[in-house]
Design a protein around this ligand. Structure first.
Ligand code: GLN
Length: 198
């Protein structure tokens, strides 16, 4: 499986390391032909408006949007979650997203309470072990559409959600050295979605 990490801004290197630890060889993706070439993608944490603007400048915006809408498996953390949401609250004027996930997210939602925090939360992947979640000016999910599964919550706000081919977390598993979420994406989301297409 060829897994690309959108490498325009944000914590690209940390996602690359997590993917390597899961046994895949990631590719840093910046050009439209690279987006077309990979089987699955990761959108890193960073700044969602900057990533969207750079995606326009680098000419990858439309091909990202199209491939995601056609079922390419994608995982987005934090800013990546915002970029995958069909609708954003507290967006910057004119802020665009790739979309693909029928959810509404509020940007910097926890920011009004605490800017950044860490918490041990449960993640519904079948394991009862808690997972360390790092939140940095994180969004939360305010609405989930039909067919969206909530995998984790903090104070009743969904912070990890998935559809058949798209996974998104408000937090940054790439920063903790625990690769459970990346492994879940590769094994339970990407491999399954790719298998179904074949
Ligand atoms: N607040 C940032 C945004 O709106 C996301 C922060 C992050 O990725 N850690 O893009």
């Amino acid at each position: 499986m060829k897994v690309g990490v959108l490498a325009l801004q944000g914590d690209v290197r940390e996602h690359m390391s997590a993917l390597i630890a899961c046994g895949v060889e990631p590719l840093a993706v910046r050009r439209p032909d690279e987006v077309s070439h990979v089987d699955a993608m990761v959108i890193p944490g960073g700044e969602s408006t900057t990533i969207a603007q750079l995606a326009r400048i680098f000419g990858v915006f439309d091909v990202m949007r199209e491939r995601i809408s056609k079922g390419m498996p994608v995982y987005g953390s934090c800013a990546g979650m915002i970029l995958l949401a069909d609708e954003i609250l507290d967006a910057k004027a004119g802020q665009e997203t790739f979309g693909g996930l029928d959810i509404t997210v509020r940007r910097n939602a926890f920011g009004r309470q605490v800017d950044s925090f860490e918490s041990d939360i449960s993640f519904r992947d079948g394991s009862t072990d808690l997972i360390r979640a790092v939140f940095i000016r994180a969004p939360w999910v305010e609405r989930v559409g039909v067919g969206i599964e909530v995998l984790a919550e903090v104070d009743s706000h969904p912070v990890a959600v998935r559809s058949a081919s798209v996974l998104a977390t408000s937090f940054h598993p790439e920063l903790t050295g625990d690769h459970r979420i990346h492994r879940y994406f590769i094994e339970e989301v990407a491999r399954v979605a790719i298998q179904q297409v074949k």
